[in-house]
Design a protein around this ligand. Structure first.
Ligand SMILES: Cc1cc2nc3c(=O)[nH]c(=O)nc-3n(C[C@H](O)[C@H](O)[C@H](O)COP(=O)(O)OP(=O)(O)OC[C@H]3O[C@@H](n4cnc5c(N)ncnc54)[C@H](O)[C@@H]3O)c2cc1C
Length: 415
């Protein structure tokens, strides 16, 4: 494949890790990485954590420096968006009028924060990019109370971080508990308690009716008639795949690029997708899935690189689901299918300080389905190992109970 060209569109973790994996797999041809943002490729998870807290500078977020790209023989085309894909001509069209011919193209354009439906001139933010967080931090610097709309991973993490910066924070979500789409109430309720113990006001089960005003002087009207005053509002209500640029490509695009089990677009065997924008047919499920987690972007990139370089040995992509979230002193790790299990057992106490606990989930057949661990990486590792081959649920619970007790680190106080 030394005379071939692979164009990777999207320069965050999915795109960068695909490019690196292509070289690891032995791809020796031309490799181009296209990115809309002019910033050097950077990582997203620290944006709601260390970067928002002001603890890390942008260089700690770097995914691929210019030197590393040169060493890998990757052509970086940053600061220019791909605006069209011509599948028949095998060409990517760029916003600056340029074109890139490809033998294979990998779509890694990720997702965008779902925009706030409540339009005001200033003071309302989302978090997806470095510049989003810079804008939020500029408003936070002026002080005053903060309302966080959305109690998913990004909203809940940002609420914890902003509280740590000393702000009064209220978190609002129409769902019953934080992270409700990822973990059940058995984890969500103690997590809400953790926020409250750290001084965050929580309003779960209540929606937002409207937001008015401007930066420094906003009001957030809730569906129960309450009106909250805020200097700054953060809206964390999910993400939308960046697939609009493919609208006239002829590819099947429906909540992401629809792919087969090899992460190859269903309409073209030269088009692949990875990360938040990919909706692929995981062989274990009846319909295609799209996953917005960091580890998925990395593993899918590796799978696609393998499949491009080894067309005679195509491998279906069926990852073990994994996501983490850091809030206050809680390091949560979620493996497999938490919350969707038929029943669960909690080992340890999620309300104790310091916390070290695991909630283990069984499937309908009495086997381990997934786990949520808090400050207990040993159980995460054991769950990952056990979920591959499968294990009887009771046997796994007994194994976790038998793990040696070791006190977790002391919590850091927020505020
Ligand atoms: C604040 C925040 C915190 C997170 N925390 C966690 C966490 O704790 N744990 C976890 O597992 N996951 C976390 N995630 C999710 C994780 O970061 C994403 O799943 C991951 O970034 C997806 O990578 P990606 O490369 O597919 O997409 P993205 O990271 O969205 O990157 C896509 C890239 O493509 C570029 N692009 C878009 N359109 C075009 C175009 N037309 N042409 C060229 N370039 C384009 C974008 O500018 C961007 O650089 C977090 C996400 C955010 C935003």
């Amino acid at each position: 494949m030394s005379t071939q060209t692979v164009v990777v569109v999207g320069s965050s973790v999915g795109g960068v890790r695909t490019a690196q994996a292509l070289r690891r797999e032995g791809f020796a041809g031309r490799l181009v990485l296209v990115g809309e943002e002019s910033a050097a490729p950077y990582d997203k998870p620290p944006l709601s954590k260390q970067y928002l807290a002001g603890e890390w500078q942008p260089d700690r977020l770097a995914l691929l420096t210019e030197e590393a790209a040169t060493a890998l023989d990757v052509e970086l085309r940053l600061g220019v968006a791909a605006v069209r894909l011509d599948v028949a001509a095998q060409q990517v069209l760029l916003a600056d009028g340029g074109t890139l011919d490809y033998d294979h193209v990998v779509i890694a354009t990720g997702a965008t924060a779902r925009p706030s439906p409540w339009r005001v001139d200033s003071g309302v933010h989302v978090i997806r990019t470095l510049s989003d967080v810079d804008g939020l931090r500029a408003d936070l610097a002026a002080g005053g109370p903060v309302v966080v709309v959305g109690g998913g991973v990004i909203g809940a993490e940002a609420a914890a971080t902003i509280r740590g910066l000393g702000h009064e924070v209220t978190m609002v979500d129409p769902l019953a508990t934080p992270l409700a789409r990822l973990v059940g109430p058995e984890v969500g309720r103690p997590l809400e308690e953790l926020h409250r113990r750290n001084g965050v006001e929580t309003r779960f089960g209540v929606g937002v009716e409207g937001i008015e005003g401007k930066a420094g002087d906003l009001t957030v009207a809730l569906t129960d008639g309450t009106v909250l005053a805020a200097a700054t509002v953060l809206v964390g209500i999910g993400a939308l795949p960046n697939d609009a640029w493919l609208a006239d490509s002829g590819l099947l695009v429906d909540n992401g690029v629809v792919c087969d089990r090899y992460c190859r677009a269903v309409d073209s065997d030269r088009v692949w997708a990875v990360g938040d924008v990919a909706r692929w047919q995981d062989p274990r499920y009846p319909t295609e899935v799209r996953v917005e987690h960091w580890t998925n972007a990395v593993e899918q990139g590796a799978a696609v690189a393998h499949n491009i370089v080894h067309p005679a040995d195509l491998r279906a992509y069926a990852p073990l689901e994994y996501v983490w979230s850091d809030q206050y002193h809680w390091k949560m790790q979620i493996v497999g299918h938490a919350s969707r299990g038929a029943r669960h057992v909690t080992v340890g106490d999620l309300s104790a300080e310091p916390t070290r606990a695991a909630v283990l989930y069984a499937d309908d057949d009495g086997r381990l389905a997934g786990a949520v661990t808090v400050n207990w990486p040993k159980v995460t590792v054991a769950s990952r190992r056990a979920l591959g081959p499968g294990i009887d649920f009771e046997e796994f619970v007994a194994q976790v109970h038998a793990l040696p007790a070791k006190a977790p680190a002391q919590p850091r106080a927020a505020g």
